[in-house]
Design a protein around this ligand. Structure first.
Ligand SMILES: [Zn+2]
Length: 266
């Protein structure tokens, strides 16, 4: 049976989270979407607390997560308070939660972000301070990618490509913890996506660089992946969507659905 991972996406809707050089709620979502895509490409079943900018209170996240009953749970946040670097909170007694934190920290360092280390925080009664760790039954952690109020640190995650790189680093640490061999994702491609500002228009022929294709619900099909370098035609654009380009495969292999910006290149 496929492993299951729950991704909490911090803040959203009327709660922007920390805001200065970047807006936490939006960055959290981009990181989480990339993490989800990479995990799904590796056969993991993923549930996110939100996939768009909407209200997403912690109590609801916790309820949803426990109902989903995942193998692991990761809450994706970014930090404030003028520090510098990544940090990750885990269950105070360690266990799989701490292993997950260590594996993710190693991947975050590998993409060039410094780490403030693994942390625990207790409340006055000696339990974990953060509800996401205290109240979730699965091994759970909270990742704080960068400090949104430190200009240099925020600059590590102020482009979509960089935000996706964090999400993919989290996914790699999750896969290692689950004992799943990383297939390279066939996905994500933060380094060759469209984040360089190339403008894609309707009827353009683009290269599909891999990743999930979001089949519309009426098609009633699960997301599927395709080979890198497939050539696609852009048939529609929805700039409001998280997956703005609707593509049809030119090679007859059935790519037909909505894809995100990092998954196509002109
Ligand atoms: Zn936050």
């Amino acid at each position: 049976m496929a492993k299951k991972v729950f991704l909490g996406v911090g803040h959203g809707g009327s709660d922007p989270g920390a805001v200065k050089y970047i807006k936490e709620a939006d960055v959290n979502l981009n990181m989480a979407l990339a993490c989800r895509d990479y995990l799904q490409a590796n056969g993991v079943t993923v549930k996110m607390s939100r996939t768009v900018d909407e209200n997403d209170p912690l109590t609801e996240e916790i309820r949803e997560c426990n109902a989903f009953n995942p193998d692991l749970a990761v809450d994706i946040h970014n930090n404030a308070g003028g520090g510098d670097g990544f940090e990750v909170y885990h269950y105070h007694k360690g266990g799989t939660s701490k292993t997950l934190a260590q594996n993710i920290e190693a991947e975050v360092k590998a993409i060039g972000q410094n780490s403030r280390g693994l942390k625990t925080r207790l409340n006055s009664s000696g339990s974990d301070y953060y509800g996401f760790i205290r109240c979730i039954k699965a091994p759970s952690i909270i990742c704080e990618g960068v400090f949104v109020d430190n200009a240099a640190d925020a600059a590590q995650a102020d482009t979509l490509a960089e935000q996706r790189a964090f999400g993919i680093a989290y996914a790699k640490g999750i896969l290692k913890t689950l004992g799943i061999a990383d297939n390279g994702g066939n996905n994500g491609n933060a380094d060759n996506g469209n984040a360089d500002g190339g403008t894609i228009s309707k009827n353009d022929i683009v290269t599909f660089t891999g990743g999930a294709v979001y089949i519309s619900s009426t098609a009633a099909k699960a997301a599927k992946t395709v080979n890198k370098t497939s050539t696609c035609k852009v048939t529609a654009i929805n700039t409001k969507g998280t997956h703005p380009y609707h593509c049809i495969s030119q090679d007859g292999k059935g790519v037909y659905g909505w894809v995100d910006k990092a998954s196509v290149r002109k």
